[in-house]
Design a protein around this ligand. Sequence first.
Ligand code: ZN
Length: 501
Amino acid sequence: MEGTGESQLTNTPKFKVFYDDQCEICQAGVSWLRLLDRGGRTECLGIHPETIAPHPALAIDRCLQELHVVTPDERVLTGWDAVARLARLSPFTWMIGAVGAVPPFRWIGRLVYRLVAANRYALSKCRGGACHAFRPREVRRRTGLAPFWTCYTIGFLMHFPLSVAALTRSIARHIALLWRTHGRRVELLDGKLSLVFLNSFTCDLVSLMFGEQFLMILYDGIAIDPGSTRMRRALEHHLRRLPKGGVRAIAATHHHEEHSCNLNWLSVRAGAPIYVGAATAAVLRSPPLLPRIRRWMIGQPPPLVEPYTVLESEMAGATSTLEVIAAPGHCDDHIVLYDRQEKLLIAGDTFMGTYFSAPNPDVDSRKWISTLERMLELEIEILVEGHGFVHTLRQDVPDFPGLVIRRHPREEILEKLRFFEWLRNQIDAGLREGLPLRAVEVTCFPWGQAYAWEQFASDELSRMLSGGHWSRTELVRSFVRGEQDAVLPTVYQARFWRGPA
Ligand SMILES: [Zn+2]
């Protein structure tokens, strides 16, 4: 019996699967294989001279024509026979593989496989993934945008169930985290750093769907980003429980509503002065009217009124000095606060996970890249995000599953930077080729990359709920902002209301 007697140990020889990593259909097939292969019995390799070199029986040209699998005993299976053999590795698809290996189903399988394989090049203009483009001229010559979209759609259909499953799993994780943090004040570094969770019904909905937490950071007596109007009741609740004089100063990292609405309000309650960057003050003196959905979910910032102090290069905490560093990218007025002694960075929204793929319309990703490069020059051991996550390996920060992420901040920033740089190259290449913006967007999210399908459902939901304000399209547009069109109209504004030409 095949599939039962073979060892499941990971160090036993594996089935080597050689697939075309330029092809979205092949990428989609490999995603499924990785999901179904619970025992880790397969190894998927893109077709490149270095990957096929150890197997003299393989030739690049033949591999590009059809799927090649090298079995643990070095037999080479191709096309449908390879598919059927792989199917027999998983109990879920075993039946398909078993039936597909006997005539006449085997003949039918081979016929269908050949049909798809023969037209795969025409279907596939896939510049995503690693895309080393073996035959770039060939691919360009034989493909137009119609095959591009056909290929994308087939990839989409194959990934849709995976995407919905990923969304369900992440919502379950968000619920668990919300449950553990709801209404809490989490104290770290002997109380020098507190994460003060600010919950409200509508904001909790955002947390459940997208995983962002809403909170105020209390660091060494400075209340940073004290939340929005929707969160005032929660803030009031915390203020009653804070020691007297617990808030000595109030600051905001940037003007976005979930960070800045309560500056004046908290200043009156706590009797503490306000500090904001000059650019943030300029926006907040007469804040723009937010789209209805953001007003309802989070709250409209009221105008900032005096007295407040404009931040220069430093800000004093109870026992420490924080350096104020301009950090444009997420929005133009963003600043971060850095405690050189503690090696701690309060990053606000400058770091929102590595693969944050549905940003707001005022993001400028090219500026963000230079900000991240400058952050790499700082010695950071603790990175505190504006939406709830703390990245550190330091042992004096206790574990808090889901909230404290045990990775070195430098590693996290580097990974984010690499992702941004990859996007920039992908977008520049697409624009040079004259692809429409929508097609460029698709090439930034090739189905072969886990982040593309894992976050697909949640990104599209975010696009729908925010009327296009937070979307993958904005991510692409965040790379093409020029001087004259600092803030482009959103996709929906452009489509339905024909924004400024
Ligand atoms: Zn923000």
